[in-house]
Design a protein around this ligand. Structure first.
Ligand SMILES: [Zn+2]
Ligand SMILES: [Zn+2]
Ligand SMILES: [Zn+2]
Length: 366
């Protein structure tokens, strides 16, 4: 509930996964900030001892995919030298007492996003970003197609030391695993439940809500009007096919989700023309974040419906999306102990600040 000076202290429930909630407590942001990981962005173009820089290809496993196929590469996909999962391991499923394991079968690959060592996502050209999204899509399709033991393929990116990136050269990761991760299962389950009750995709409903002008909240018992919210305020960016929304229950102060405006459950089925618009929207969102945060370190995750034969019933209820989670603080004991996220920046004012960024006209980036 907002009090007189506009500060908010309330628990917001994630509408997609209601078991996940966020304490939005904006007064806390007035407390002195802990040392932020203000390491200056490494924007060097080429670094002699970087295993991902051109000329050092022999220091990574052989490329699985090179884009373009011939000539100097723009994007390279290689096996991760230190995989979290592997396909050479012996099956090790075992069970004793209450303890169980599932074989750590899978693949873990690195997508070297760009030949330019330190280029940030918002500095890449739209055509390069489009090519990067096409690489994600095509490699995901190959991984699903080649092995039926693969239940889920997750693409994610860590950028900056605060986001856990261990190699500074810009890269994404693709991990093909024998289970559907818990958080994605929760999204799949809850969106299916919502669909069964409302005959509508909950993500589509949220987009419709964000595009309508305002919503009014009433007290459940008295019917008294509590407050009006201008829901259009959550739209940060809008392209021809994609929309970027600041979640009402943002776990991270500057979290933004990008979704196709029309219903699509499967990123792998996205046509090239749509990826072009995704590149435009992604670049503009990252430019806004970078401007507001003066250099952004982040994780992003691509959430799409799984492909296995028994998962087709999510086509109408699930809606693929990208979750961008900028890292501006270290999780507190409160968060780790309670499982509740704590956010000290009001999502409404964060969205406003992001929208207020004046984007420069298109220059000619790498
Ligand atoms: Zn490099
Ligand atoms: Zn939808
Ligand atoms: Zn998600």
């Amino acid at each position: 509930m907002a009090n007189n000076d506009g500060a908010i202290r309330e628990i917001r429930i994630n509408p997609i996964v209601p078991t996940e909630s966020v304490l939005v407590a904006t007064e806390r942001s007035l407390r002195p900030k802990k040392a932020e990981t203000g390491i200056p962005h490494d924007d060097r173009e080429w670094v002699a001892d970087c295993p991902f820089c051109p000329g050092n290809e022999s220091r990574t496993p052989e490329a699985i995919v090179c884009v373009p196929e011939n000539g100097p590469w723009a994007i390279r996909i290689v096996n991760n030298l230190y995989p979290m999962l592997g396909d050479e391991l012996r099956p090790s499923s075992l069970q004793f007492g209450l303890q169980q394991t599932i074989d750590g079968y899978g693949r873990h690959e690195v997508i070297i996003d760009h030949h330019h060592h330190g280029v940030a996502l918002h500095e890449m050209s739209e055509s390069h970003l489009e090519r990067l999204f096409r690489s994600y899509r095509d490699r995901m399709a190959q991984l699903y197609a080649t092995d039926e033991r693969i239940k889920y393929v997750l693409v994610f990116k860590n950028f900056g030391p605060a986001a856990g990136a261990s190699i500074p050269h810009t890269h994404s990761q693709i991990i093909a695993m024998p289970v559907i991760p818990h958080n994605i299962n929760a999204e799949l389950d809850h969106s299916l439940q919502y669909f069964q009750t409302h005959r509508q995709c909950i993500f589509c409903a949220l987009i419709d809500e964000a595009l309508s002008l305002e919503a009014t909240f009433y007290d459940q018992h008295s019917g008294e009007q509590l407050r009006k919210i201008d829901v259009g305020q959550y739209v940060v960016e809008r392209g021809r096919r994609f929309i970027a929304i600041k979640p009402f229950a943002s776990r991270y102060a500057w979290e933004i989700h990008i979704l196709p405006q029309n219903h699509h459950h499967d990123f792998v089925a996205t046509p090239d023309d749509d990826l072009q618009d995704l590149a435009t929207v992604m670049k503009r969102v990252m430019q806004r974040l970078d401007a507001v945060l003066d250099g952004v370190q982040y994780n992003f995750f691509l959430h799409s419906a799984p492909h296995s034969a028994d998962d087709h019933h999510h086509a109408a209820s699930y809606h693929w999306h990208i979750e961008i989670c900028p890292r501006t603080s270290i999780p507190s004991g409160f968060e780790l102990g309670s499982g509740l996220f704590a956010n000290t920046v009001s999502p409404e004012s964060a969205a406003q600040q992001l929208r207020d960024v004046v984007l420069a006209a298109n220059e000619t980036p790498p």
